[in-house]
Design a protein around this ligand. Structure first.
Ligand code: BGP
Length: 479
């Protein structure tokens, strides 16, 4: 008997807006991301109210999975995937979010993708909302600040459930729902960007709007989880959290308290609701401090209690320090940065690599909730250079993967019920944070560049064979 479950899910994770391209093909509408231009390290992306045909928007073409899905899924199958996490782009199904009838061409595309996966025994794990809100809902309702989005999201989810009920059993309601706990996450998380044009760094969304919008998402999530449980008993419904694990910067008790506060306000704030069914005891004080008054509609509290998830999934890339002393040096991170840890190295994008932190996080979350957990994003974005033979020797990625899987094994031995692992970006795709192509995560290289050039050809990096071996041995052979 190995360490990981026999039915352990191994695979990769992508998001429609970061790899499909074909942004206006077959009736698709524009989502918030389709209004974002590319950025670079240390320079945030810009958003435009109208789409300017003379500007480059990375999501518009991405890596054109839309027209390459057969080839890509065959490569995933060759690595031995039994799971592929991706999202259904809301705007393929309801182009503005407001239509009464779904767009058949959009529905058909995902039928084809899921059929192709199932042909190889790859189980789809579907994110219903991965920063893909129809832009029309931003225009009308200021994104999730408008309660109207709850019902429109329910309509979209119900359409997906009914259409794909025989093909998809694993669902996640919102990607990284907690990212809106911080202002930086508001742009995509709750999309409260009505009328905003300019650099993301200049977007300011107050706590009142953000936390109300997030409340709407939590209610929407609970509603569809409850609905799925009632109508499709074989579905497994999960939440998805950006796991922003932090450590106290020093042994000063004030740093312990600060760290506890941050974990509650950035991570547990949403997992407590989605797993336990109610806001944590600390939320009231936090709302008071920030001048936030949550408007509750009749039935919200009940629905939160009734719509709790079956499993907790999360993204994990790095850890940061939190402290109260002024001399704490800062570094970058996913969604938010934080204090630099002298014991850790960082990626070229300043994200501190911490495999032990993954074991620590898994134990923390499992202790707190005791429901199955799944790593649905973990990966290393790096500059990959091709050698004179056109090959990418990404030993750094192999090393990252090896160390993280080794620490997951330890967590399982510690007693954590771990369902699976999907590497972020098994194929190079557009970076969410900066919109870059050169921040590459894949085991598969894609010939596509930030200036829009490239022939979209795919080739295997060294890590491709390594991951194949890891999967074939169910995580036993990490040499
Ligand atoms: C997560 C997102 C993904 C993904 C990943 C890597 O926050 O869920 O969409 O992109 O981070 O981040 P980035 O693309 O900025 O390197």
């Amino acid at each position: 008997m190995g360490v990981f479950r026999d039915d352990f899910l191994w695979g990769g994770a992508c998001a429609a807006n970061q790899f499909e391209g074909a942004w206006n093909v077959d009736g698709k509408g524009d989502s918030v991301i389709d209004h974002c231009m590319g950025g670079v390290f240390n320079q945030q992306k810009s958003i435009t109210v109208e789409i300017d045909p003379n500007k480059l928007y990375p999501s518009h073409e991405a890596i054109d999975f839309y027209h390459h899905y057969k080839e890509d899924i065959a490569l995933f199958a060759e690595m031995g995937f039994n799971c592929l996490r991706t999202s259904i782009n809301w705007t393929r199904i309801y182009p503005t979010g407001l239509e009464d009838e779904p767009n058949e061409a959009g529905l058909k595309f995902y039928d084809d993708v899921f059929d192709e996966c199932l042909k190889y025994g790859i189980q789809p794990l579907i994110t219903l909302s991965h920063y893909e809100l129809p832009y029309e809902l931003v225009r009308r309702y200021n994104g999730w600040a408008g309660r109207e989005c709850v019902e429109l999201y329910e309509k979209f989810c119900k359409t997906c459930f009914e259409r794909y009920k025989d093909k998809v059993k694993l669902w996640l309601t919102f990607n990284e729902i907690n990212c809106a706990c911080r202002e930086m996450g508001a742009m995509f998380g709750v999309s409260t960007v009505r009328g905003f044009e300019g650099n993301r760094a200049d977007l300011h969304v107050g706590a009142q709007i953000r936390m109300q919008a997030l409340h709407h998402q939590l209610v929407a999530s609970a509603k569809v989880v409850k609905y799925a449980h009632e109508h499709y008993p074989d579905f497994k419904m999960g939440c998805m959290t950006v796991w922003l694990q932090t450590y106290p910067a020093t042994c000063d008790p004030k740093d312990q308290l600060e760290n506890q506060k941050q974990m509650r306000e950035l991570v547990y704030y949403t997992t407590d609701v989605q797993v336990r069914g109610y806001y944590g005891c600390y939320a009231k004080r936090m709302w008071e401090r920030d001048g936030v008054t949550i408007e509750w509609a009749d039935g919200d509290a009940e629905v939160l209690r009734e719509g709790t998830v079956d499993f907790l999934s999360f993204s994990y890339y790095m850890t940061n320090l939190v402290g109260t002393h002024d001399d704490l040096e800062q570094t970058e991170g996913n969604i938010i940065g934080g204090g630099k840890n002298p014991y850790l190295e960082a990626s070229a994008w300043g994200w501190q690599i911490d495999p032990d932190g993954l074991r620590f996080s898994l134990n923390e979350m499992y202790d707190r909730y005791q429901i199955p957990v799944m790593v649905v994003e973990n990966g290393l974005g790096e500059f990959d250079e091709k050698d004179e033979n056109g090959e990418v020797h990404d030993s750094y990625r192999i090393d990252y993967l090896r160390r993280h899987v080794a620490c997951m094994r330890e967590a399982v031995k510690d007693g954590v019920d771990l369902m699976g692992y999907t590497w972020w970006g098994p194929i190079d795709l557009v970076s969410h944070g900066t919109g870059e192509m050169r921040k590459r995560y894949g085991f598969i290289y894609v010939d596509k560049y930030d200036d829009g050039t490239g022939d979209y050809s795919r080739s295997k990096k060294d890590s491709f064979q390594y991951y194949k071996k890891v999967i074939a041995s169910n995580g036993e052979d990490l040499d």
